[in-house]
Design a protein around this ligand. Structure first.
Ligand SMILES: [Zn+2]
Length: 325
C-alpha cells in the first residue's frame, strides 16, 4: 500500500518517489564460507532488497565484497541512507572493537573489519559472530517474543556446532565472547579428535563437517544421502544417524540446562534434512527423558522450533544487531 502524506490543510497527497526511502534503514551482511549475502531492512526488520556474491578468501577480498554489496543496495534505493551496517562473520569476533580473529574458512587470521568497512561506507559498522547474528535473525523472522531476563537459544548445525544465546532481546556474549560455543564441550574423550585440540567434542559428531566425515559420499551432500538411506532401513546409516542425533540432543540438553531458554531454535545446513531429522531429535529427547521425572518436567523437546528455511536470517540478524546496539 502506498503511504499518503497529510498536508497542513488535511488533504492527502501521494509521496514523491524518494520519500518512501527516507526512513532509517540498516544493512546486514552475512559472510559465509561459500557466499556473502547482504540485505537492506527497515526499522521493523522488513527486507527491502538483497544482494549476494560468492566468497573470496583473504582480508582485502572479503572487505571488497562486503563494501560492493552494500554500495549496490544503497545505489538501488534513491534517497536511502544506511543508519547502520551489521556484519555477521564466522570466527572469534570482538564486537566492541570490531576485530575478528581466526576466521579460518575465510583465510583471515586478524582483521579490523568494522573500522575498515566504516571508512569506505561512511556509516557505523557493527560486527557479530555469525551464529549470534543468525540467532537474532531467526527470532525476528519467526516472531519469537522475548521475555525480560529470559533467554532464547539458537543452535546452529552448520559446518561447526555453536549456539547463540539471546537474553531480553539482546545477544549474550559472555565475559570474553565464547558464550554458546557448545560444540567444543568434550563429552567422549576416547573418541574423535577435534580441530580445537581436544577429543570427543560435540562438534565431532553433531555438525555438517562431522556428517561428511562419518558418511562420505561421492557426489552431493552427505546429510540428505544419510537420511535417505536411514529411512530405507539401512542399518549402518541408522547407526551413524543415531550418533549424530545423539550429539545434537546432548547439545540441546546442555543448552537447556545451562540457560533454560524459553525456545530452542535449531538451524544450519544439517536441518535441510527437514522434518524427519527433527522427528528423530524430539523422539530421542523424549527417550532420554523417559527415565527421569526431572528431565520430563523440563519438557525440553517442546521448546524446539525449526529455523525458517530459505530466509537470510544471518543477514537480517546482523542488521538487527547493528540497529539495537
Ligand atoms: Zn573441539
Amino acid at each position: 500500500m502506498t503511504a499518503q502524506v497529510a498536508t497542513a490543510q488535511g488533504a492527502a497527497v501521494p509521496p514523491t518517489p524518494t520519500q518512501h526511502y527516507c526512513e532509517p534503514i540498516a544493512i546486514g551482511v552475512d559472510v559465509g564460507g561459500t557466499k556473502i549475502e547482504a540485505v537492506m531492512v527497515d526499522l521493523h526488520g522488513n527486507v527491502l532488497a538483497s544482494q549476494r556474491t560468492p566468497t573470496h578468501r583473504g582480508n582485502a577480498a572479503v572487505l571488497h565484497d562486503i563494501t560492493m554489496l552494500c554500495q549496490q543496495l544503497i545505489a538501488a534505493r534513491p534517497g536511502a541512507t544506511a543508519q547502520s551496517i551489521g556484519i555477521g562473520i564466522p570466527g572469534q569476533v570482538d564486537s566492541d572493537s570490531g576485530v575478528i580473529h581466526s576466521a579460518v574458512n575465510l583465510g583471515i587470521s586478524e582483521f579490523a573489519v568494522a573500522d575498515e568497512a566504516a571508512a569506505l561506507l561512511h556509516a557505523p559498522v557493527h560486527v557479530e559472530n555469525d551464529v549470534n547474528a543468525a540467532a537474532l535473525g531467526a527470532m525476528a523472522v519467526l516472531g519469537v517474543s522475548t521475555r525480560p531476563n529470559v533467554a532464547d537459544a539458537f543452535i546452529n548445525l552448520g559446518t561447526g556446532l555453536a549456539a547463540g544465546i539471546i537474553r531480553s532481546g539482546r545477544i549474550d556474549h559472555g565475559a570474553t565472547g565464547i558464550c554458546g560455543e557448545i560444540g567444543h564441550i568434550a563429552v567422549e574423550p576416547h573418541r574423535f579428535a577435534c580441530p580445537c585440540g581436544q577429543r570427543g567434542c560435540l562438534e565431532t559428531v553433531a555438525s555438517g563437517s562431522a556428517v561428511e566425515r562419518l558418511w562420505p559420499v561421492k557426489h552431493g551432500a552427505a546429510m540428505p544421502d544419510l537420511m535417505a538411506k536411514a529411512q530405507t532401513g539401512d542399518a549402518k546409516a541408522n547407526e551413524m544417524l543415531d550418533m549424530v542425533v545423539a550429539g545434537v540432543c546432548r547439545a540441546v540438553q546442555i543448552t537447556a540446562l545451562c540457560v533454560d531458554p524459553a525456545t530452542i531454535i535449531i538451524g544450519g545446513g544439517l536441518t535441510r534434512a527437514g522434518q524427519p531429522f527433527f522427528d528423530r531429535i524430539t523422539a530421542m529427547l523424549r527417550e532420554l527423558a523417559s527415565g527421569s521425572a526431572f528431565l520430563t518436567s523440563a519438557a525440553i523437546d517442546r521448546r524446539i522450533i525449526a529455523a525458517p528455511a530459505g530466509r537470510p536470517i544471518g543477514a537480517i540478524g546482523a542488521a538487527k544487531a547493528a540497529f539495537i546496539r
